[in-house]
Ligand binder design. Sequence first.
Ligand code: A3P
Length: 295
Amino acid sequence: ALTSELGKQIKLKEVEGTLLQPATVDNWSQIQSFEAKPDDLLICTYPKAGTTWIQEIVDMIEQNGDVEKCQRAIIQHRHPFIEWARPPQPSGVEKAKAMPSPRILKTHLSTQLLPPSFCENNCKFLYVARNAKDCMVSYYHFQRMNHMLPDPGTWEEYFETFINGKVVWGSWFDHVKGWWEMKDRYQILFLFYEDIKRDPKHEIRKVMQFMGKNLDETVLDKIVQETSFEKMKENPMTNRSTVSKSIMDHSISSFMRKGELWGLENHFTVAQNERFDEIYRKKMEGTSINFCMEL
Ligand code: A3P
């Protein structure tokens, strides 16, 4: 009871209309003045879009498929999370500063809130998008189990919260649109969670080429196997099982929950689904982005 009350007490703060965690906002000037380097690779996602998955894929490629090297640390510690802050621990910015180049970093920030030096230095961006409905379902369960985030309330309540972008890191719609629109002007590899699910080897090869690496087919096959949902769910370095129960309570919902596509698990009522589709059409009007919802 104590921990869930702790969750409910979380008071989010705002930057330019986007809700963020209080410690992130308190550290905002340090985050905005972050000094990117030209050889940085930034992994960018909306929360629950498959961040951990792409991080593990990127690290496996970086380590040439060496599983033991990928076991050197939990995934949260391998790639500094630039807007992350939880004093007195070192912030994401401090961890990035301490990391030798070439650095691989992580962010959930929208293009609007991204520290300007990433674009000024023409860094590489690896964006993973996941369809709105699955992000919403996944985020709902994540907010239930993660006591650093507000309690999501009922599914009906969360539906309103999510479509209005009143969640941490802001609106899914603005996030995806912003990165999609930026992709032709910068070095951005734009991937879809659904495509990685459908044909992991094909998408992993794209990541490898984007990173300027050249690995054998057997290594690629090994990376496909090691980054499967089943493997990562069992892997303590990726499944968040080492996080204290007062922060993440896996008995409420596990971090590696389902890893599935819309249709295979459906929380939406028929009415909610129709309303969502209508809102989606309006908010995404004029964008060419297209999510394939089938395997
Ligand atoms: P679900 O809650 O739908 O299961 P993030 O890392 O951005 O927080 O995203 C977490 C989501 O990605 C969870 O979705 C999780 O199960 C899914 N995920 C993590 N690793 C995966 C993998 N190897 N294959 C498919 N989905 C994965």
